[in-house]
Design a protein around this ligand. Structure first.
Ligand code: PEP
Length: 249
């Protein structure tokens, strides 16, 4: 099955609203593509101006986080419905920085995934192992555990609308990319896990990204692997390099 590639930028806590609009304008001609879905996942305060700035282009906007409740006394949080109403199509859930610094666990992330899907958002669900886990040989078991917990109660029809991002923690923001074989091994295991949980057709439909120091120089080799359907890109998404990652061919 041929799956459409998806390249998403994760801006993290960068770009003020005015800087964001400037960056969108600068990247506009560089990220144009008929073959690849392009997403900018931006800080909450940038969502409204960035949705406006990408109008008429091939770029969709994503959020970097959301809360699973619909509304109420959750100071500082943003609901799935708020994101949808603002024109957001994707939401990153379970980035390792949120798992680590904000102590988000799989029970919470499972609630977020289900709420995002219910609201019509496409979750970009992140998973990944630490260097210690990789060195002790538990990577695949750990990833399977994350996927199974985060997708508990999600139906086959719903899971087809999820993007899974495999992001080894040791490769995020470090300049140390997984080799394309290492990335393929884990992305293949994720697809196998989805097949066990659902069925082959569902597993073949799910898009799986690699993330971790993806840049203009390594994207082509990584994205050529059979189970890798694009990338989640941090640092390089804030630079003209992002256009080269999108147009990696
Ligand atoms: C990320 O933040 O999801 C990421 C992959 O960052 P970087 O590309 O900078 O490693």
């Amino acid at each position: 099955m041929s799956r459409r590639k998806i390249v998403a930028g994760n801006w993290k806590m960068n770009m003020t609203p005015s800087q964001a609009v400037k960056l969108v304008e600068e990247l506009k001609p560089l990220v144009a593509s008929d073959d690849v879905d392009v997403v900018y996942c931006v800080p909450a305060i940038d969502i409204v101006p960035v949705v406006e700035a990408v109008k008429g282009t091939n770029v969709e906007v994503g959020a970097e986080n959301m809360y699973f409740e619909e509304s109420g006394a959750y100071t500082g949080e943003i609901s799935a419905q708020m994101l949808v109403d603002a024109g957001v199509k994707y939401v990153i859930i379970g980035h390792s920085e949120r798992r680590d610094y904000f102590k988000e666990d799989d029970v919470l992330l499972n609630k977020k995934v289900k709420k995002a899907l219910e609201a019509g958002l496409t979750p970009i669900l992140c998973c990944g192992e630490s260097l210690e886990q990789r060195e002790s040989g538990v990577t695949l078991d750990w990833i399977r555990l994350q996927i199974k917990s985060d997708l508990e109660g999600v139906t086959a029809d719903q899971v087809k609308n999820i993007v899974i991002a495999y992001e080894p923690i040791w490769a995020i923001g470090t300049g140390k990319t997984a080799t394309s074989d290492q990335a393929q091994e884990v992305c293949g295991a994720i697809r196998e896990c989805i097949k066990e949980m659902y069925d082959e057709a569902t597993a073949e439909a799910v898009r799986i990204q690699y993330g971790g120091s993806v840049n203009a120089g390594n994207a082509a080799e990584i994205f050529a692997k059979p189970d890798i359907d694009g990338g989640l890109v941090g640092g390089a998404s804030l630079k003209p390099d992002f256009g080269k990652v999108v147009n990696y061919k």
